[in-house]
Ligand binder design. Structure first.
Ligand SMILES: Cc1ncc(COP(=O)(O)O)c(C=O)c1O
Length: 401
């Protein structure tokens, strides 16, 4: 399913959006995080995939590999720590904390009684837990029934207290809000809701680093495919490109699981709304039923097309990337990471769809591989080999070059 966004614009970046997210703040975030022990000190690789590009029929295919952003396994390591830092700076102005010193744990004694809480599908909670551990404050993570045991263990490893509930992601968001109100804790969520925008804004702003690195790596790019959960990743990346490139920004295409299509439905409705399906998807990070209203402010005019894919297409894209199909470098891409390739394959398999979004043999396309094997057992089951085996193939491929 594909729709063109009737409200997409190519004008200059609007001032009201700049007041919410801007490249100056995004670049400041990037500088703050550059010393955090959980982040790789350099830009993530932008792999050229000439074999896949030829197979699909585009001019160039570039994949930004966020699996190596952090030992936390996903791009979400760029968001939660920034939101937590900015929250602490706002909450304790009298201390005059320095952000890098906070991340190095130098103020843990002053923050030992400060508690944050969040619901999560996995990656955001893991990043928040790790940031809280580095800073030295308390962290509680609420998990819904579909979050796997191995994802729970990965979060608990960073010292977070885990609360399990029945129900789905949306129920866990409500439970986190209720626990926070009862205990005087602060919710650090990656999705916004009524009268709760500042913290999710900071999370999204953190993702701007991905766009900054892409621009530095050398544009222009004609198309960027962005997978959508609540819309935060897409908003953070779109906003940065829009402000920097204005009318020359790439064409943005948002890809979601068919049964968790809240952004697609929002584009149809012209305002933030709910998914039309069961929400559950193998793409755990994209299995979100409700659009973040704050993210929607950026997607409403900044995204050109919205599309949905099937779970099987994402799994087949994971396998293709792991195999190093068509002679390209083998990549470890988790369930949510492979959505962009699945979306591109769907578009290129149909001449009318490719024409609708302007994809052809001259296109320079960017995909974001947003996570590695963040659920290693599930990854091995779906792909048929472990992430370590794929990385071994990657090393051999690089040596043979
Ligand atoms: C690996 C991965 N990719 C993409 C997303 C989508 O991000 P957002 O919910 O901000 O749209 C998520 C969200 O958790 C994720 O974990």
């Amino acid at each position: 399913m594909l729709i063109a966004n009737p409200n997409a614009t190519r004008g200059a970046y609007p001032e009201d959006l700049r007041a919410l997210m801007n490249t100056q703040l995004a670049d400041e975030n990037r500088a703050w995080l550059s010393t955090w022990s959980h982040l790789s000190g350099s830009a993530t690789p932008l792999w050229d995939m000439p074999g896949l590009a030829r197979q699909l029929g585009v001019g160039q295919l570039l994949i930004k590999d966020e699996s190596v952003r952090s030992d936390l396994g996903s791009f979400k390591a760029l968001g939660a720590p920034i939101a937590l830092l900015r929250l602490i700076l706002r909450r304790f102005p009298e201390h005059d904390f320095e952000p890098r010193a906070l991340l190095a744990g130098k103020h843990r004694d002053a923050l030992a009684d400060f508690s944050v809480i969040s619901a999560t599908d996995g990656n955001h909670g893991r990043a928040l837990a790790a940031a809280a551990q580095s800073i030295g404050c308390r962290c509680v993570i609420v998990l819904h029934a579909h979050v796997s045991q191995e994802r729970e263990q990965a979060i608990a490893a960073y010292g977070a207290v885990i609360v399990r509930i029945r129900g789905n992601y949306d129920d866990s968001v409500q439970e986190a809000a209720a626990l926070a109100a009862r205990n005087g804790w602060t919710v650090v969520s990656d999705t916004s809701y009524e009268r709760y925008e500042e913290i999710p804004r900071d999370v999204m702003q953190g993702y701007g680093t991905i766009a900054a690195e892409l621009i530095e790596a050398g544009g222009p790019f004609t198309h960027v495919l962005l997978q959508g959960g609540v819309g935060g990743l897409a908003a953070g990346v779109v906003s940065y490109f829009w402000e920097r490139c204005g009318a020359d920004r790439p064409t943005f295409i948002v890809v979601e699981p068919r049964q968790a299509d809240c952004l697609y439905q929002s584009a149809l409705a012209g305002h933030p709304t709910r998914a039309s399906g069961s929400v559950d998807s193998v793409m755990a990070g994209l299995a979100c039923g409700e659009t973040s209203p704050l993210a929607w402010k950026f997607l409403a005019g900044g995204v050109d097309h919205f599309m949905t894919i099937e779970d099987e297409a994402a799994v087949s894209a994971m396998r293709q990337l792991a195999a190093g199909a068509a002679g390209d470098v083998p990549l470890v891409a988790g369930e949510s990471a492979a959505a962009g390739l699945a979306g591109l394959a769907q578009l290129m398999a149909s001449a009318p769809l490719a024409a609708q979004v302007g994809l052809d043999g001259n296109s320079r396309v960017v995909l974001l591989s947003t996570e590695g094997a963040t659920a290693p057992d599930l990854y091995a089951e779906l792909v048929g080999s472990t992430a370590e085996a794929v990385l071994q193939r990657q090393r051999a491929w690089l040596q043979a070059r």
